[in-house]
Design a protein around this ligand. Structure first.
Ligand SMILES: NC(=O)c1ccc[n+]([C@@H]2O[C@H](COP(=O)([O-])OP(=O)(O)OC[C@H]3O[C@@H](n4cnc5c(N)ncnc54)[C@H](O)[C@@H]3O)[C@@H](O)[C@H]2O)c1
Length: 460
């Protein structure tokens, strides 16, 4: 009987931004469980196993300390998928689910090839009873696909039984460890109450009972898409307000503080900036739009699509504004870029507004000196797709020499304490500072001699 099933071995397919931190916290909180995190990307696995904890493939505050505690005890990173699945009682699918690039639904629908491959691996290698947990963000009804693959490919094999649950991950990059240790809620969707209870027991090792919600499978899958859509919608909303502030003399910080004090609205996700990034928001809203169109809910699809359109508009208007302030010409100008990751406290460059703005500036033949405390030269090379027109500078003191402009694109704390009086003498004048995050002290920058533009401020 499933209710008597004891979980000893867990396997997580996908050692990425979700699989890595999630399983690390789980292993640390459940020392009696053996957790294998598998990935076909051998380079990534080697980095997770690197002795030097500053070389982990993912930067998250607090992560390396926990890895240091759990790795090699009950937490293992490996590319041996077969062996890990053979022994697993519970398998988390935590693989990438990007937007389809080609074919039906290109640009909107979710590319499920990695999820499908995972289901096939599970069906092939798992033995006995296995609880399969969707951790990846998936379109509604994907669990049906997974179940069908599991059942039909293992039908003839005696003893194999699968129970599919949806357990979407709500962590935010940059605060993943904190979010995993103290989640607002844990959502478990499923048809089988025993399977739900077994997964719940694992979370109860560190999450309070009242924070663990269970729903049916479809509600769980949909709730994840909707949560991301609501969060992204707040960012697009406040970014539209930033443009109104620039025209009227209102100040976006003051407006978002005043609005956020309303307990019905709340303070989070009301910071204006160059638009949202990361691998999730654009992809998940695109999926939602695709789903709405599929069900012929045209007005609903249009509503959510607008969130994406505003996001592109914000990036574009900031970029145009920068070029316009630099006399409409950035060719051969040296421009310092502060921050490449899509937000602070992560090294993730996926869909980063900084990368998009950098690409456009390179296209206009500017020369960029890019600084970021956590990203690597190698990942920048991959994202920028251009060997020319930029250099990566790890030393913040060497970033500003002879630059015509400094653009702050990620809200890393270290940029707050820059000494603008010391920087001004080494730039080429007139020189601009563009604060696309509205987070540095405007007076200090202006007093040191720079021309200054800040998102959501009346810039005269
Ligand atoms: N990144 C986030 O902040 C976040 C937050 C919540 C949910 N999610 C969702 O979680 C999922 C994973 O996201 P991520 O950011 O960790 O992705 P990622 O690209 O960082 O990691 C996915 C990993 O899965 C591996 N993989 C793919 N297919 C495999 C297979 N068949 N066998 C073994 N390994 C395989 C890839 O090599 C890759 O390393 C996505 O659905 C995403 O939408 C992401």
């Amino acid at each position: 009987m499933l209710s008597k099933m004891k979980i000893n071995n867990i396997c997580c397919i996908g050692a990425g931004y979700v699989g890595g931190p999630t399983m690390t916290v789980l292993a640390d909180k459940c020392p009696n469980l053996k957790v294998n995190v598998v990935d076909t990307n051998k380079k990534r696995i080697a980095l997770w196993n690197n002795k030097d904890l500053s070389n982990l493939p993912i930067y998250e505050p607090g992560l390396s300390e926990i890895i240091g505690r759990a790795r090699g005890k009950n937490l293992f990173f490996t590319s041996d998928v077969e062996e890990s699945l053979k022994n697993a009682d519970m398998v988390f699918i935590s693989v990438n689910t990007p937007i389809k690039k080609k074919g039906i639904g290109a640009g909107q629908a979710c590319d499920l090839r990695w999820v499908e491959a995972s289901a096939r691996q599970i069906a092939k290698f798992c033995t006995g009873k296995t609880i399969v947990v969707e951790k990846s963000t998936l379109p509604v009804k994907t669990s049906e696909v997974i179940e069908e693959i599991l059942v039909s490919t293992s039908k003839s094999e005696k003893g194999k039984e699968f129970y599919v649950l949806s357990n979407p991950e709500f962590l935010a990059e940059g605060s993943a460890v904190e979010n995993l240790l103290n989640p607002d809620r844990v959502l478990i969707g499923g048809d089988n109450q025993n399977a739900i209870q077994i997964l719940k027991e694992i979370y109860l090792n560190w999450v309070k009972d009242e924070k663990i919600i269970s729903t049916n499978l479809w509600s769980s899958e949909l709730s994840k898409l909707i949560s991301n859509a609501f969060l992204a919608q707040r960012i697009s909303s406040i970014n539209t307000v930033s443009a109104i502030c620039e025209e009227t003399g209102a100040n976006i910080r003051e407006v978002s503080t005043a609005v956020g004090y309303d307990s019905r609205i709340g303070k989070n996700f009301l910071q204006s900036g160059p638009g949202f990034g990361g691998s999730c928001f654009k992809k998940d809203i695109s999926n939602l739009v695709y789903l709405c169109n599929h069900f012929e809910l045209k007005e609903v699809a249009n509503f959510w699509e607008q969130v994406l359109l505003i996001n592109s508009w914000q990036k574009n208007r900031i970029y145009r504004n920068i070029v316009s302030k630099l006399y409409g010409n950035v060719a051969n100008k040296r421009i310092a870029i502060l921050g490449a990751s899509f937000k602070a406290n992560t090294n993730d460059l996926r869909e980063s507004p900084s990368i998009e703005i950098c690409k456009k500036l390179i296209e206009e033949e500017a020369y960029l000196i890019i600084h970021d405390p956590q990203v690597s030269q190698e990942s920048l090379e991959l994202e920028l797709e251009s060997p020319k027109g930029w250099e990566f500078q790890k030393n913040i003191n060497k970033v500003f020499i002879d630059v015509d402009a400094i653009i702050i694109l990620t809200e890393w704390e270290i940029y707050k304490s820059l000494d603008w009086l010391k920087i001004y003498p080494i730039v080429r004048r007139p020189s601009w500072v563009f604060d696309t995050r509205h987070f540095i002290d405007a007076d200090k920058v202006k007093k040191s001699g720079f021309k200054f533009w800040q998102v959501g401020s009346c810039n005269d």
